[in-house]
Write a protein that binds this ligand. Structure first.
Ligand code: HEM
Length: 86
Protein backbone atom coordinates (compact mmCIF):
# COMPACT_ATOMS: atom_id res chain seq x y z
CA UNK A 1 0.00 0.00 0.00
CA UNK A 2 1.29 3.47 -0.78
CA UNK A 3 1.32 6.53 1.48
CA UNK A 4 -1.67 7.94 -0.36
CA UNK A 5 -3.93 5.11 0.71
CA UNK A 6 -2.63 5.21 4.29
CA UNK A 7 -3.18 8.97 4.45
CA UNK A 8 -6.72 8.63 3.07
CA UNK A 9 -7.59 5.97 5.67
CA UNK A 10 -5.98 7.95 8.49
CA UNK A 11 -7.84 11.14 7.59
CA UNK A 12 -11.14 9.30 7.33
CA UNK A 13 -10.92 7.10 10.43
CA UNK A 14 -8.24 8.30 12.84
CA UNK A 15 -7.74 12.05 12.54
CA UNK A 16 -10.83 12.88 14.64
CA UNK A 17 -8.82 11.68 17.66
CA UNK A 18 -5.26 11.69 16.30
CA UNK A 19 -4.89 14.81 14.13
CA UNK A 20 -1.24 15.82 13.89
CA UNK A 21 -0.21 12.59 15.62
CA UNK A 22 -1.78 13.72 18.90
CA UNK A 23 -4.43 12.01 21.05
CA UNK A 24 -7.51 14.03 21.99
CA UNK A 25 -8.84 11.36 24.39
CA UNK A 26 -5.81 10.03 26.34
CA UNK A 27 -3.33 12.86 25.90
CA UNK A 28 -0.16 10.91 26.76
CA UNK A 29 -0.83 8.21 24.16
CA UNK A 30 0.14 10.17 21.10
CA UNK A 31 1.31 8.70 17.79
CA UNK A 32 4.74 10.33 18.22
CA UNK A 33 7.72 8.02 18.18
CA UNK A 34 8.62 8.52 21.86
CA UNK A 35 5.11 7.58 23.02
CA UNK A 36 4.89 4.65 20.57
CA UNK A 37 8.18 3.33 22.00
CA UNK A 38 7.14 3.92 25.61
CA UNK A 39 3.89 1.99 25.16
CA UNK A 40 5.48 -0.68 22.91
CA UNK A 41 3.40 0.42 19.94
CA UNK A 42 6.38 1.16 17.67
CA UNK A 43 5.78 -1.66 15.17
CA UNK A 44 3.36 -2.31 12.32
CA UNK A 45 2.34 -5.51 14.13
CA UNK A 46 1.44 -3.75 17.40
CA UNK A 47 -0.45 -0.96 15.63
CA UNK A 48 -2.29 -3.47 13.41
CA UNK A 49 -3.44 -5.43 16.45
CA UNK A 50 -4.67 -2.35 18.33
CA UNK A 51 -6.47 -0.90 15.30
CA UNK A 52 -8.13 -4.27 14.61
CA UNK A 53 -9.25 -4.96 18.18
CA UNK A 54 -9.41 -1.47 19.72
CA UNK A 55 -8.23 -0.63 23.22
CA UNK A 56 -9.90 1.31 26.03
CA UNK A 57 -11.66 4.33 24.50
CA UNK A 58 -10.25 3.61 21.04
CA UNK A 59 -12.76 1.78 18.86
CA UNK A 60 -12.00 -1.45 16.99
CA UNK A 61 -11.71 -1.15 13.22
CA UNK A 62 -11.59 -4.85 12.40
CA UNK A 63 -15.12 -4.82 10.99
CA UNK A 64 -14.90 -1.39 9.36
CA UNK A 65 -11.56 -1.62 7.54
CA UNK A 66 -10.07 -4.51 5.57
CA UNK A 67 -6.80 -6.15 6.64
CA UNK A 68 -5.08 -4.38 3.73
CA UNK A 69 -6.46 -1.01 4.83
CA UNK A 70 -5.34 -1.60 8.44
CA UNK A 71 -1.88 -2.60 7.21
CA UNK A 72 -1.71 0.57 5.09
CA UNK A 73 -2.73 2.87 7.93
CA UNK A 74 -0.36 1.13 10.39
CA UNK A 75 2.56 1.67 7.99
CA UNK A 76 1.46 5.28 7.47
CA UNK A 77 1.34 6.00 11.24
CA UNK A 78 4.80 4.49 11.82
CA UNK A 79 6.28 6.38 8.86
CA UNK A 80 4.80 9.70 10.00
CA UNK A 81 6.00 9.02 13.57
CA UNK A 82 9.54 8.34 12.33
CA UNK A 83 9.38 11.66 10.44
CA UNK A 84 8.13 13.53 13.53
CA UNK A 85 4.72 14.21 11.92
CA UNK A 86 6.35 17.06 9.96
C1 HEM B 1 -4.16 4.93 20.95
C2 HEM B 1 -3.77 4.47 16.14
C3 HEM B 1 -8.43 5.81 15.71
C4 HEM B 1 -8.53 6.93 20.39
C5 HEM B 1 -3.65 4.70 19.68
C6 HEM B 1 -2.33 4.21 19.40
C7 HEM B 1 -2.23 4.06 18.05
C8 HEM B 1 -3.48 4.48 17.49
C9 HEM B 1 -1.01 3.57 17.26
C10 HEM B 1 -1.25 3.91 20.45
C11 HEM B 1 -0.62 5.23 20.89
C12 HEM B 1 0.31 5.11 22.08
O1 HEM B 1 0.23 4.09 22.83
O2 HEM B 1 1.14 6.04 22.29
C13 HEM B 1 -5.03 4.75 15.61
C14 HEM B 1 -5.37 4.57 14.22
C15 HEM B 1 -6.70 4.90 14.11
C16 HEM B 1 -7.16 5.33 15.42
C17 HEM B 1 -4.41 4.13 13.13
C18 HEM B 1 -7.60 4.79 12.90
C19 HEM B 1 -7.66 3.61 12.18
C20 HEM B 1 -8.83 6.32 16.91
C21 HEM B 1 -10.08 7.01 17.16
C22 HEM B 1 -10.10 7.33 18.49
C23 HEM B 1 -8.87 6.83 19.06
C24 HEM B 1 -11.13 7.33 16.11
C25 HEM B 1 -11.13 8.08 19.28
C26 HEM B 1 -12.46 7.80 19.15
C27 HEM B 1 -7.40 6.38 20.96
C28 HEM B 1 -7.20 6.24 22.40
C29 HEM B 1 -5.94 5.63 22.55
C30 HEM B 1 -5.40 5.44 21.22
C31 HEM B 1 -8.16 6.66 23.50
C32 HEM B 1 -5.29 5.19 23.86
C33 HEM B 1 -5.71 3.73 24.10
C34 HEM B 1 -5.21 3.20 25.44
O3 HEM B 1 -4.08 2.70 25.51
O4 HEM B 1 -5.97 3.29 26.43
N1 HEM B 1 -4.33 4.87 18.50
N2 HEM B 1 -6.12 5.20 16.30
N3 HEM B 1 -8.11 6.25 18.08
N4 HEM B 1 -6.31 5.88 20.29
FE1 HEM B 1 -6.23 5.54 18.30
Amino acid sequence: ADGGEGARIFNGNCAACHAGGLNRVVAAKTLKIDALRKYKMDSVDAITKQVTKGKGAMPAFGKKLTADEINAVANYVLERAEQGWQ
